[in-house]
Write a protein that binds this ligand. Structure first.
Ligand code: IPE
Ligand code: IPE
Ligand code: MG
Length: 250
């Protein structure tokens, strides 16, 4: 059934070039099974593996995964360190397979906030896969949209102060250029799993015209079928970017 569905979405409409996902609901998935929260993070990795595989198979160019937010540092220390260990362990275990599948790994966010070994593990993965030409897998790590905008504004202010740039040269393009996502197109489809209806500081600038898909499914249960459903939903929409529907269909 699924290969057919995959074929169908490829044939029936525009595919999103960039999918961004807020992978939420690991803790509640675990709680509903009387398991510790970290078991939910562990199971969430199986969803990551499957979603990355499917995105590669259907030719998605960019997949950005909200993995750890700037605000997630506020969680209990034990949970934070368990997540950081899982992250490093997963990268070490999966990187060869990702490389084999032509996946190019990168990250957005303040990587330096991560424990040294996790940070180095990510950097090694990024280096190993830097020449790959398949799916661009972008991990948002210690990422916050406001922090990113602040960084960009400071960089621009610095250029103005040094005389490198004039105030009237500050454009949307220039600001975009200073973001972590400088060379990445804005997301077409933003999925949030886990039932919440908020952005939680994810890609605030970049998702100005992104199509939102909110799913009640907890991330560890969000697999191939759920992703295909979200793309089918996306394909049924009309993106108007401020124009009228008639203008778009003309
Ligand atoms: C998302 O799941 C994973 C991270 C934020 C790291 P949560 O851990 O937020 O799961 P819930 O929202 O508590 O269920
Ligand atoms: C967003 O989920 C961050 C990630 C999925 C990495 P949260 O669980 O941190 O979001 P809030 O706190 O419920 O808004
Ligand atoms: Mg959550």
């Amino acid at each position: 059934m699924l290969p057919l569905l995959k074929k169908q979405i490829l044939e029936q409409g525009d595919m999103p070039a960039h999918i961004a996902i807020i992978m939420d609901g690991n803790g509640r998935w675990a709680k509903s099974r009387n398991l510790p929260r970290v078991a939910g993070h562990g199971e969430g990795i199986n969803s990551v593996r499957e979603i990355v595989r499917v995105c590669g198979e259907i030719g998605i160019s960019y997949l950005t995964l909200y993995t750890f937010s700037s605000e997630n540092w506020r969680r209990p220390r034990k949970e934070v360190s368990a997540i950081m260990k899982l992250l490093l362990g997963t990268i070490k275990k999966e990187i060869k397979n990702l490389h084999k599948n032509n996946v190019k790994l990168s990250s957005i966010g303040n990587l330096e906030d991560l424990p040294k070994d996790s940070c180095e593990g990510i950097l090694e993965g990024i280096e190993m896969t830097q020449n790959n030409t398949g799916l661009n897998l972008i991990l948002a790590l210690s990422y916050g949209g406001r922090q990113e905008l602040l960084m960009a504004i400071r960089r621009i202010a610095d250029k103005i102060q040094s005389g490198e740039m004039k105030i009237d040269q500050v454009t949307e393009e220039k600001l975009t250029h200073e973001l972590y996502t400088a060379n990445v197109p804005d997301p077409d489809l933003l999925i949030r799993t886990g039932g919440e209806h908020r952005l939680s500081n994810f890609l605030l600038w970049q998702s100005a015209y992104t199509e939102l898909y909110l799913s009640d499914i907890f991330w560890p249960d969000f697999r191939e079928k759920a992703l295909i459903d979200s793309i089918q939903d996306y394909q049924a929409r009309q993106r108007r970017f401020g124009q009228t529907g008639e203008q778009i269909t003309q």
